[in-house]
Design a protein around this ligand. Structure first.
Ligand code: C5P
Length: 306
């Protein structure tokens, strides 16, 4: 075997990044820059986007399978991630980006953020840029509030506008049943409606320490008792049909029910796979489009080797 085989650069790199849910999403009154201060507890769950990058003359992005509602131009967050990384390193390199989506689009599960995080890691590996974790997190924060968490994965608190993340111990194995909507919700619209329904929001929301304690103990029932999402009210106001979904989820005997982020994905929490699979079957029987996602899982990670 010639040495050239080993010297050849990798033609492509694939990185997988998870969806997130917010076990707690406490939202404060908007800051002068328009963003809302958050106190959130993220958990990465087992729904994934896979991003494959290969070097090219110009930036491009496409979906492995077409899905409406995803921009395929310079507005795509994966291209913005690629440009931010090359600007950071002062290079003129460009890449073709192919995204295989397993995370719902505009579903409140940070699919776009997962694509951005996966693109950062994939290009870093493709070009051996050896970007420090600190720099990757800083670049991620410029792309979107949830992008640093998509790098980190696991379970973490998020403050600031959600971009200041700190890992927390999580001994749970959570079994979520996620119910998807055919129509997404635009995050900025949900935040704007939050300002309407919560005009007196606390400017400085705080993390729920009892939730964080329950995670450390691995107590899923206690986690369920402390689930909270301040964006649930505006999401339900914008999408009144979600009330029926919530009712259907509660009827499965779930330990807790939650709107995912800014919605419209809805979540039911179980502490074991048997109950979750039973609920999934019941909901599918009623015509809901749903899936099981366990958490916590790892953040963006390479899935091509050799
Ligand atoms: O940071 P990201 O790009 O995900 O935010 C999308 C939109 O969601 C923002 O433009 C803003 O309207 C809203 N947002 C907010 N406060 C946050 C995070 C997001 O108002 N903490």
């Amino acid at each position: 075997m010639s040495a050239a085989v080993f010297d050849d650069p990798e033609p492509s790199v694939t990185v997988r990044a998870p969806a997130k849910i917010n076990l707690q999403l406490a939202v404060g009154a908007p800051r002068p820059d328009g963003f809302h201060p958050l106190a959130t507890v993220y958990q990465a769950v087992a729904l994934y986007d896979d991003v494959t990058v290969s070097e090219a003359l110009d930036w491009s992005v496409r979906l492995a399978e077409p899905i409406p509602g995803v921009p395929l131009d310079e507005d795509n967050i994966a291209i913005r991630a690629g440009r931010a990384l090359t600007a950071h390193h002062g290079t003129e390199l460009a890449a073709e980006i192919v995204i295989a989506k397993g995370i719902p689009v505009a579903g409140g599960m940070a699919g776009g953020s997962a694509d951005a995080a996966a693109t950062l890691v994939a290009l870093d590996r493709l070009w051996d840029l050896e970007t420090s974790d600190e720099d990757l997190l800083a670049i991620a924060a410029t792309l979107g509030s949830d992008v640093p968490f998509a790098l980190l994965g696991g379970t973490a608190t998020g403050v600031g506008r959600g971009e200041v993340v700190t890992a927390v111990p999580d001994a749970t194995q959570c079994w979520w049943v996620a119910v998807f909507s055919h129509e997404g919700l635009a995050t900025p619209q949900v935040y704007r409606h939050f300002d309407v329904v919560a005009p007196d929001a606390d400017p400085a929301p705080t993390l729920d320490q009892e939730l964080i304690g329950a995670l450390a103990l691995g107590d899923v029932a206690a986690v369920a008792a402390h689930l909270g999402n301040d964006l649930a009210a505006p999401a339900l106001a914008l999408r009144p049909d979600l009330a029926a979904t919530e009712k259907a989820l509660r009827a499965t005997g779930a330990l807790g029910v939650l709107v995912s982020g800014s919605g419209p994905t809805m979540l039911a929490l179980f502490d074991n796979g048997f109950s979750a699979r039973g609920a999934l079957a019941e909901l599918q029987e009623q015509g809901y489009d749903c899936a099981i996602a366990t958490g916590p899982v790892a953040g963006a990670h390479q899935v091509t080797y050799g």
